[in-house]
Design a protein around this ligand. Structure first.
Ligand SMILES: Nc1ncnc2c1ncn2[C@@H]1O[C@H](COP(=O)(O)OP(=O)(O)OP(=O)(O)O)[C@@H](O)[C@H]1O
Length: 265
């Protein structure tokens, strides 16, 4: 559901983020507010700072300036595993699946934040460990059904097509039971039918699993089709933010992005 109360604590807020790599300013004074239940699009040409922004949010590369708030809690500089434990899951632009392992095992890895750490601890509380594993397996089966991955569940992940690999990554993120999902180009390399499936799954995840979504995507038809609001970056600067229909009309956005070689329809 779309958030209705603007005064409510947002799912995510970024205030004045800046990230430099040497002399390069990859992100400059980036401000972002995503309400609970929104699907929010983040777009921009290659190298404009989209991944830098998601890496800042998920703790991989903290910002050097500014702050990040998740459900009203300051998470600036928090390690990735701690951000994940607070309910943030992500998929990666370049697939981060484990080749040589089955689809099922790849998805099961997404449950690690819910499992008890350490062999000794699990041995000591063996019954607790078993219960954890049972809950995890049930959750994995539920998500396999949800994303219609039954037919490939026992296949090696390297043997399935790219469209399904992307779906496995989404499954691995969803089994973590996130409240906030960061999807980095989930439709890259997909044909039209696969894109439509993925768009449907993202909408269903929001409706049925209560997730808020930050979606990085080059396919503008997807952004206009499923995003409530969007933000456009260019050379690390925000050049447009708002509902897609308005942002798409903005002269700066058209010049920097939509009219450029990077736009895909
Ligand atoms: N670890 C890093 N070290 C040095 N420079 C980096 C690093 N990460 C990103 N950059 C630079 O920061 C800028 C923004 O990169 P970023 O990956 O965030 O862009 P992007 O919008 O995600 O691009 P793409 O659409 O190609 O993924 C680029 O100029 C990039 O070369």
């Amino acid at each position: 559901m779309k958030a209705s109360n603007a005064a409510a604590v947002p799912a995510l807020e970024c205030r004045g983020l800046e990230r430099r790599f040497g002399g390069l300013v990859a992100l400059k004074d980036a401000n972002l507010r995503i309400e609970r239940g929104e699907i929010f699009g983040l777009v921009g040409p290659n190298g404009s700072g989209k991944t830098t922004m998601t890496n800042a949010i998920t703790g991989f590369f903290p910002p050097q300036v500014g702050s990040i708030w998740l459900n009203g809690r300051d998470i600036t500089g928090m390690a990735p595993h701690k951000v994940a434990a607070l309910g943030v899951a992500r998929t990666f632009q370049n697939l981060a699946l484990f080749n040589g392992m089955s689809v099922l095992d790849n998805i099961l890895l997404g449950r690690h934040i819910h499992m008890k750490p350490g062999v000794a601890k699990t041995a000591l509380y063996w019954w607790l460990g078993r219960k954890d594993e049972m809950v995890s397996r049930l959750k994995v089966e539920e998500i396999i059904d949800f994303l219609q991955l039954q037919s490939v569940r026992d296949e090696l992940v390297d043997s399935i097509p790219i469209g399904l690999k992307k779906r496995v990554e989404l499954a691995r993120a969803l089994v973590a039971e996130p409240s906030f999902l960061v999807l980095d180009e989930p439709m890259a390399g997909m044909n039209q039918e696969e894109k439509e499936y993925m768009a449907r799954f993202i909408l269903d995840a929001r409706a049925e699993r209560n997730v808020t979504v930050l979606l990085i995507e080059h396919h503008m038809d997807v952004i206009t089709g499923i995003c409530d609001r969007m933000m456009v970056l260019s050379y690390g600067e925000t050049i447009g933010t708002g509902i897609p229909a308005d942002v798409m009309k903005d002269e700066r956005v058209i010049k920097a992005y939509l009219g450029g070689a990077h736009a895909k329809h």
